[in-house]
Write a protein that binds this ligand. Structure first.
Ligand code: HEM
Length: 229
């Protein structure tokens, strides 16, 4: 048991290892920097944002390299978390009762495993979008394109590169919208942020939002979940 700042004792349940958290924050930071540099290059009214990177040329240079960091980082997250994000029957029940989710009436929901259907949607949508953005981004990156053209023995046409630009921008809008939902949900469901900062959640949080996962965690340890420290 650990003591909260308000003096109450709460059992802490481990949710993420240190390496999983570092992996997540590398992805999150590279994503935010990609978003800022990408928006700065996307529209003249946002060009001032290049100032954060030391000017236009640096922002243009760093943007694709940040994309490389993101795809490698996301690859790590994908392999860590994909099994826990596989669809289950209860996901459909959760989705069918979305109005109860939004109203906070969790007593009307089935017991949830490590992730609910909303989190699984974010996971799979980001996995697809990150991949699409990387592939289309190569088409807009002269140095990267030359490398892949030589490696794979093909020559991208102007029309293919134009199509890549449209898909890249469209996917960016979707990925930013999904990121906003992800961050909003992390803040809105009280007690979630600590999962990715300290690596633990309270027993109450786990019981309320991910009871099936908690039962499984308790089953792993003869004495139940161990204190975080
Ligand atoms: C920058 C702001 C971000 C914040 C504050 C944030 C916060 C969090 C938190 C608190 C969790 C733990 C949720 C839980 O265990 O129930 C989490 C999980 C996760 N986050 Fe983020 N995140 C951010 C950005 C991102 C980005 C940019 C991505 C990917 C593009 C991402 C992908 C994930 C994934 C894959 C998980 C595990 C959940 C799952 O697999 O369904 N996060 N995030």
């Amino acid at each position: 048991m650990t003591q909260d700042r308000d003096g109450e004792a709460h059992l802490q349940v481990p949710r993420y290892s240190g390496s999983a958290r570092i992996n997540h924050w590398v992805v999150a930071i590279s994503f935010v920097l990609l978003m800022i540099s990408g928006l700065a290059l996307f529209h003249p009214s946002l060009y001032w944002l290049t100032g954060l990177f030391g000017g236009g040329p640096t922002a243009r240079w760093i943007h694709p390299w940040l994309g490389v960091v993101l795809i490698i980082g996301f690859f790590g997250l994908f392999f860590r978390f994909f099994a826990a994000n596989l669809p289950e029957r209860t996901d459909w029940v959760w989705l069918a009762r979305l109005r109860h989710v939004l109203a906070g009436r969790e007593e009307y929901l089935p017991e949830i495993g490590k992730y609910n259907a909303g989190q699984k949607f974010v996971f799979w949508a980001q996995a697809i979008l990150v991949l699409v953005m990387f592939v289309t981004g190569i088409g807009l990156w002269p140095a990267g394109l030359a490398y892949f053209e030589q490696l794979l023995g093909f020559k991208a046409t102007i029309d293919q590169r134009r199509l890549a630009a449209v898909i890249h921008a469209g996917s960016a809008v979707m990925t930013i919208a999904i990121w906003i939902i992800h961050v909003y949900a992390a803040i809105w469901v009280r007690g979630t942020i600590s999962a990715m900062t300290r690596g633990t959640v309270t027993g109450g949080w786990a019981w309320r939002h991910h009871r099936k996962w908690l039962r499984k965690e308790i089953g792993k340890e003869p004495g139940g979940p161990q204190p975080a420290e």
